[in-house]
Ligand binder design. Sequence first.
Ligand code: V47
Length: 376
Amino acid sequence: MTFQFSDQKLIPIHEKVMAEARLSFEDGVTLFQSLDLLGIGYLANIVRERKNGNIGYYNLNQHIDYTNVCILHARCHFCAFARKNIETEGAWELSLEQFLDKAMYSREQGCTEIHSVGGLHPTLPFDYYLALLRGLKERMPQVHRKLFTAVEIHHLARISKQSIKETLIALKEAGLDSMPGGGAEIFAQETRDKICPGKIDADEWFDIHWQAHQLGIPSNVTMLYGHIETLEDRVDHLIRIREGQTRSGGFVTFIPLAFHPENTRLAYVPSTSGLTDLRCISVSRLMLDNIPHIRAYWIMLGLKTAQIALNFGADDIHGTVTEEKITHMAGASSPQSVSVDQISRLIQEVGRNPVERDTLYNEVIRDGNRWHSVAA
Ligand code: V47
């Protein structure tokens, strides 16, 4: 039986998908405009299964945000997390010991990854960041260290008076394994200037990731959607990622981030709808033909939408997390953490095969409290 599209504009896109042909900017706009959600999901699912079969990936990870004091606190209109200085209500900066104590939870829980980001702190020295990495490497060498967005790397290069390359080399020597995909926001400059004036631009963001990839540091990439961006901005963002991947090849996962407006300067913007969230997942899967994985980040989507997203183009639902600040300070109603049982059940319920992955999508095999990774 053939699928019946209710939007006839999807038929030529279906033909391209079947021929494994690259979708154009116009195709991206057509997809974002279409109300045929089931049609878009059907197309995205074809690509998802071609790339990742029936697997639903998850990982055991811990998020630790080392500080929310940020010199850009007044600049990023979408942010509810940043604070001006340590005296401001709700501000924190973790000492090295506090950070490492938190991370010990990972070891106890069998986490395979620490994910850590923070604000651009005005006074913490470069040595602090090196010490975080060295401390993790020393105390839990098997746990993957995914720390610092491109925006933080840019800041660290500035405070340490080094080039980006020198900064990345020093961080890698101290234990950096990969970089998270934050700070991408929306690349289209006109919109970027409105939501985060003064932040590094798209070229700088891609250059930092390119340099990381050259040094063997893989990374993720994100898109913050559901604020004031246009549909064209979203397609432009996805095409820039596709081109960036052609240049450097080190992007592992794309993570669309659903904007949460509470406690931000964009509080008047309505929260994203289920339709927008699923459409973003599907269109990303269809446009990003050279990115291996699309993640349904349940913290921002909520568990229910993230589960359904596994049949709309996503092959990964993120991890157990432990504690999350950025989205919860902006009003997220998702839990702070989920258990492996819960995550596996969500994946199984939609007919997918749950596979625990490490950060680089190798399968994690467990034996009691020991684990090792094998290529999936
Ligand atoms: O860059 C900030 C976004 C990002 C809000 O690579 C917000 O594995 C929604 O990038 N509503 C940081 N989003 C988080 C991030 C991330 C998260 C999980 C996994 C990975 C990964 C990366 O969060 C920021 C910004 O785009 N953000 N404020 C908000 N109010």
